[in-house]
Design a protein around this ligand. Structure first.
Ligand code: UD1
Ligand code: CA
Length: 459
């Protein structure tokens, strides 16, 4: 009957128990705001319009979500969920279905929501309910003798008999917008909280002969909201566990699925192994056979097949080639590309550089703004001096160069193919290809020199 879907996200609440200046829905779960998760769900469901009702925190919410093509409606004072929906009604089309979601309920699966949308499309009211062991505080679902939903009664308005009901309202529902507009206009606030309850539309639907179809989520946590930091932490673990289980199902070896954090999208090839306490942020792609050691942080990184990232390595915005070795204790910064079979060892920092096939930087070095050729060997303690205090300059190191230990390359500078730089060199001019270049004070020995001895104090 209806097909166009519009999604309304209620997000005006203050979230007092978060004890934070940040609006509740902007707190992050798995690196993304709670509201961001709900917006993603709306996009996945194919919403023609997603409308966010905001209030607490002023423009912080629209500003944070500026890139998401959303409609924002301000609910300056909060007089209940029915009042919140009312603010958005003029923005919704009469011919659509409205699905109501909540900015602080981040983990609902689309497969849980789809049946509600389908019910609404068939002219019914789709309602998401859940059976809770401890239903205190929630609206209760009142059914008749035939098991049909009749109405919802809020905890504060409920009789002791009604409070004994364990089936509760999640708040999530879908219905034809035309009906929603009619019923919202009829809401009254003569209840225990003096609020306009969205939940009262259920009784109005029953009155108007609109069937109410209740569905339940597969998992209880899909409908859990965040009201405190403790609940946020709880949902974070649940979500992380879900991600870890999916990786295990896909054949990834996780040394401990409880000690993994994915804050974005992690994709893995075959036979990938991830040791404990690794954090993956943004988009990370690990190729076949990649091994990630303990305590690594990878942010917007691709790692090609067969490469090993050893413990305590931090990689940020970089592409790591195949069959390589990085770490332990390496830091790879934005703009870095490592070709195949590159080795980067402990206490090496690389920034905005391209390192070609087979090159090795194994110990204690800084390589910045550098273009390095194939099969280069960089000795321990090498530093590219890329910054003159005002501008950054490039260092070019051609194929098969050998750089001795403790060398500084003062950029802009080029080291020609096959050149050797002697240990301790401070290179300030280009080094010619194939030759040994070094800058070094001549070694001398002062024969018979004596160390000073401590003078005896006279007292
Ligand atoms: C609501 C439901 C209750 C359900 C429970 C599930 C009503 C009247 N009651 O109760 O049946 O069991 O959710 O969690 O709907 N909000 C606004 N503007 C407002 C009021 C609320 O945007 O004026 C938003 C809040 O930010 C929050 C959500 O709506 O995200 C729910 O509001 P809340 O006050 O927590 O609802 P409850 O009273 O718990
Ligand atoms: Ca309330």
């Amino acid at each position: 009957m209806y097909s166009m879907l519009e999604i309304l996200i209620l997000a005006a609440g203050k979230g007092t128990r978060m004890r934070s200046d940040l609006p509740k829905v902007l707190h992050k779960l798995a690196g993304k705001s709670l509201l961001g998760h709900v917006v993603d769900t709306a996009h996945e469901l194919g919403a023609a319009q997603t409308c966010v009702v905001y209030g607490f925190g002023g423009e912080a919410v629209p500003q944070a979500m500026a890139e998401d093509k959303l409609t924002f409606v301000l609910q300056a004072d909060q007089h209940g969920t029915g009042h919140a929906v009312k603010q958005a009604l003029p923005r919704l089309s009469d011919d659509s279905i409205t699905l109501v979601l909540y900015g602080d309920v981040p983990l609902t699966h689309t497969t849980t929501l789809q049946p509600l949308v389908t019910a609404a499309g068939a002219g019914k009211l789709g309602l998401l309910t859940v059976n809770l062991t401890h239903p205190d505080g929630y609206g209760r679902i009142v059914r008749d003798a035939d098991g049909r939903v009749r109405r919802i009664v809020e905890h504060k308005d409920a009789t002791p008999t009604e409070r004994a009901i364990h089936e509760v309202n999640t708040g999530i529902l879908a219905v034809a917008t035309r009906y929603l507009k009619r019923w919202i206009a009829e809401l009254k606030n003569d209840n225990a909280q003096g609020e306009y309850y969205l939940t009262d539309i259920v009784a109005l639907a029953v009155r108007d002969g609109v069937a109410v179809e209740a569905h339940q989520p597969k998992f209880e946590w899909e409908v859990l909201g965040v009201n405190s930091k403790a609940q946020l932490a709880e949902l974070e673990r649940i979500h992380q566990n879900e991600i870890a289980q999916a990786l295990l199902d896909a054949g990834v070896t996780l040394l401990d699925p409880a000690r993994l954090d994915v804050r974005g999208l992690l994709t893995c090839g075959r036979d990938v192994t991830i040791d404990v306490n690794c954090v993956f942020e943004g988009r990370v792609d690990l190729g076949d056979g990649v091994q990630v050691g303990a305590n690594c942080v990878l942010r917007n990184v691709t790692v090609a097949a067969g490469t090993r990232i050893d413990a305590f390595t931090l990689i940020d915005d970089a592409a790591i080639g195949e069959a390589g070795r990085v770490g332990p204790f390496s830091r790879i910064r934005p703009g870095t590309t490592l070709a195949r079979d590159v080795h980067v060892g402990n206490f090496v920092e690389i920034k905005n550089s391209r390192i070609d096939e087979g090159s090795k930087i194994n110990h204690l070095s800084y390589v910045g703004d550098t273009t390095m050729g194939k099969r280069v060997n960089i000795g321990a303690g090498t530093i590219t001096c890329n910054y003159d205090g005002a501008n950054k300059h490039r260092t070019v190191i051609e194929d098969e160069v050998f750089v001795g230990s403790d060398t500084q390359l003062v950029a802009p500078i080029t080291v020609g193919k096959g050149a050797t730089l002697g240990a301790g060199t401070t290179l300030t001019r280009d080094a010619p290809a194939g030759e040994l270049t070094l800058s070094r004070a001549k070694q001398l020995t002062i024969m018979g020199w004596k160390r000073p001895v401590k003078q005896k104090k006279e007292d």
